[in-house]
Design a protein around this ligand. Sequence first.
Ligand code: SAH
Length: 234
Amino acid sequence: MNKDEFLEELKKINVKLTKLQLEQLDKYYNLLLEWNKKINLTRITEEKEVYLKHFYDSITLIKAINLNQNLNICDIGTGAGFPGIVLKIVFSNLNITLVDALNKRIEFLKLVINELKLKNIEAIHDRAENFIRNNRNKYDLITCRAVSKLNIISELCIPGLKINGYFIPMKANIDDEIKNIEFLDKLNSKLERIISFKLPIENSIRNLVVIKKIKDINIMYPRSYDKIIKKPLK
Ligand code: SAH
């Protein structure tokens, strides 16, 4: 999608960008390209594709929750900053914590935060299971895009939510993963709805899985990564 198409599609979901926000996205794109030559950040590099599959796609979280309010958000496995950096640029009121296990990506994100002069955002090098164990009941919203299967990421992320907070993973295909969601009971959470739509232009499927944490969770979760993988919640 070219920039006109980007703005046009955003209008349809009630998102308007200022000149500053557009400049910040542009700068982010250039930094992404430059650093992608040195470290592996993304396989998508063509400008039109980045605006569609990274920038627009990240903003679609607005279809699930009002992001024009003061929310404490955590983006787990943010990689090169998707959706977290884009959300911070577009919804500047948000307070965002980005977490990734790969330090090179976190170093890149710190540089982006600095260059774009973003406030109320931090990038943390840690594994999700460790980070969340040390940050229980803290976030209004936790999201993640393209990190792992629903049962795995639910265990990693939901303990970090406040009660009544939302976990909203952004996923492509989910048919297999939502056949059996009993594991959410163990995490005292419930599936509220799934918002499915197609990305404009290329028409691939996207899903926002809206999960609400109802009660506090047994302190044993999240388990160590070994255990999560060996004995995934069912
Ligand atoms: N969310 C980004 C990146 C997806 S790739 C996007 O949609 O483009 C998955 C990312 O999750 C990688 O950067 C990887 O380092 C990170 N990751 C995977 N498992 C993790 C874990 N247990 N803790 C923290 N980060 C993890």
